[in-house]
Design a protein around this ligand. Structure first.
Ligand code: 5GP
Ligand code: ZN
Length: 118
């Protein structure tokens, strides 16, 4: 099935390189890039390269690849920003605050008393 919809979707266009972004991590299945409007310095978004709207739309076999990317990105962001923690969050559906309909995990560098919690 053709799941890549680069014409309609801003994150597909980032995956395709049509819209510039600051790449943090890339593998065959996923891309991580800096959020354009960061909650804290180093706020990163992790997306599957294929277009799925919601977390639960990712087929199980591909979900393990997406989690594998998160597993790499989370410690890499903590190391790069020298923070002890991250908030990792998915707004899964419009009513939860999902504004871009291409599944993405927020990886937000955190430290105590930064006031940036969800
Ligand atoms: P949501 O509210 O859908 O969970 O989060 C969407 C996120 O995407 C927001 O944090 C927003 O700043 C980010 N964002 C929206 N458009 C762009 C863009 O064109 N480039 C980048 N790097 N981030 C974007
Ligand atoms: Zn997309």
């Amino acid at each position: 099935a053709e799941t890549h919809m680069s014409d309609d979707c801003i994150f597909c266009r980032i995956v395709d390189g049509e819209i510039p972004s600051r790449t943090v991590y890339e593998d065959d299945a996923a891309l991580a890039f800096l959020d354009a409007n960061p909650l804290t310095m180093g706020h990163t978004l992790v997306v599957p390269k294929d277009h799925y709207e919601r977390l639960d739309d990712i087929p199980a076999a591909e979900a393990t690849d997406f989690y594998g990317a998160l597993h790499e990105v989370v410690p890499a962001v903590e190391d790069a920003l020298d923070v002890p923690a991250t908030t990792v969050a998915v707004n899964n559906g419009e009513a939860a605050g999902q504004e871009v309909p291409h599944v993405h995990a927020h990886v937000v560098p955190r430290s105590a008393d930064d006031g940036a919690g969800p």
